[in-house]
Design a protein around this ligand. Structure first.
Ligand code: HEM
Length: 359
């Protein structure tokens, strides 16, 4: 009797685990031939192709891919754990662009809204799904990037986010960290999110030099920005000193005041420095922080994990190097606890960094 009951329990337990395994391994083959974890994701594969063709110039890590990432941050950060702000990662920046583009911190976002809007109108996606799918696909075009998650099924946004939720480069580190904390991010996660500035350029910080990159490899998702922000600055790349800008180490490169301040502040300097030449750490932390960012304010139980529609990025060819003529002697390090890695120097004279085309 006891034995019969025990074997019944074993059979039940086995049955449950087999069902669980089946649920984990079950894959759906879409009519297009793509394989995905959930049939609801099948509709997204042709949309990814349209994004690549019409928005990203055939899967490039260019201006539109960079800006697709930036707009996803500006959209999502309009949120507070304590309420009273916007709907978070809801696409309000696209749907209510006439309001949100007026905000000072959204300077330069008008270009990507103009490029995205006609594509958005063609696709049967909510504004939030569009913004956060475009960010994941755009980032995937950059060699070295992590394959970001994509959660599908955001409802349409209800209202514009209020002003003053997006950090500005002129803000103090305290103000920036308080804003990130209010949205649910630790100082370490804030630094992880700033990995984004490895595929970034400024159009409006100094309007005389649109497309001025933050590192010498703006087409690659590498740790070069974490290194170059730590090099002593010597000149401004354009029309003298602008608000939110500090001296840059390389001709043609812009260094944001906020990136520099975060690299030197005792609350964040060691997180910043630890990223240098640690590609694995950077992509892991960035991927995790972006997974949080893209569902801010959303009911995640109602979303479907469609991460397998995101293209697989090319690997980073690495390692990073000091730009020609730079070495350890040019570093200004604020973190004493993290050993600085050995990094080789590119041969030749100091470079001039080229602008990102199309800016
Ligand atoms: C302390 C927080 C941050 C500040 C103060 C900041 C500030 C800026 C500024 C001033 C620009 C240049 C805008 C222009 O002149 O065109 C920029 C560009 C950019 N930012 Fe940030 N940012 C922050 C965090 C982030 C985060 C968390 C992300 C993404 C997760 C992000 C992604 C980008 C990207 C990809 C660009 C380049 C856009 C392009 O090249 O078109 N930023 N950021």
């Amino acid at each position: 009797m006891a034995f019969t009951r025990l074997s019944a329990i074993v059979v039940l337990a086995l049955g449950a685990s087999q069902i669980a395994n089946a649920a984990i391994t079950k894959r759906v083959t879409c009519a297009s031939g793509h394989v995905t974890a959930n049939a609801a994701c099948c509709a997204l594969f042709p949309m990814v192709d349209i994004l690549q063709d019409q928005l990203f110039d055939g899967a490039e890590c260019g201006e539109e891919a960079h800006s697709a990432l930036r707009i996803s941050f500006h959209d999502a950060i309009g949120f507070s754990l304590h309420g009273g702000k916007g709907g978070g990662a809801d696409g309000s920046i696209l749907a209510f662009n006439s309001t949100e583009l007026q905000f000072h911190a959204n300077g330069g976002i008008d270009d990507i809204v103009a490029s995205q809007f006609p594509v958005f109108q063609q696709l049967d996606l909510s504004a939030g799904d569009f913004i956060h799918l475009a960010a994941a696909v755009g980032v995937a075009n950059c060699p070295g990037a992590p394959r970001l998650k994509f959660m599908f099924g955001r409802p349409p946004p209800k209202a514009a986010a209020p002003d003053l939720t997006v950090p500005e480069p002129t803000d103090s580190v305290t103000k920036i960290l308080e804003r990130f904390a209010d949205a649910g991010f630790s100082p370490q996660e804030a630094v992880a999110l700033l990995s984004s500035h490895t595929i970034a350029a400024a159009d409006v910080v100094d309007v005389t030099i649109p497309g001025t990159p933050f590192d010498s490899t703006a087409g690659t998702f590498d740790t070069q920005v974490f290194l170059e922000v730590l090099l002593k600055g010597t000149a401004f790349p354009g029309n003298g000193s602008q608000a939110g800008e500090v001296l840059s180490p390389l001709a043609g490169e812009m260094r944001l005041q906020s990136d520099f301040a975060i690299s030197q502040d005792p609350r964040t300097a060691c997180f910043w420095q630890a990223m240098v030449n640690d590609q694995n750490r950077m992509v892991t932390e960035f991927k995790d922080a972006m997974a949080k960012l893209q569902v801010l304010g959303q009911n995640t139980r109602k979303l479907v994990d469609c991460s397998d529609v995101v293209p697989v990025p090319q690997p980073f060819a690495g390692p990073i190097k000091f730009p020609a003529s730079f070495s350890n002697k040019d570093l200004q390090l604020a973190c004493k606890n993290v050993r600085f890695p050995n990094i080789a120097t590119v041969a030749g004279p100091a470079p001039t960094v080229a602008p990102v085309p199309g800016s």
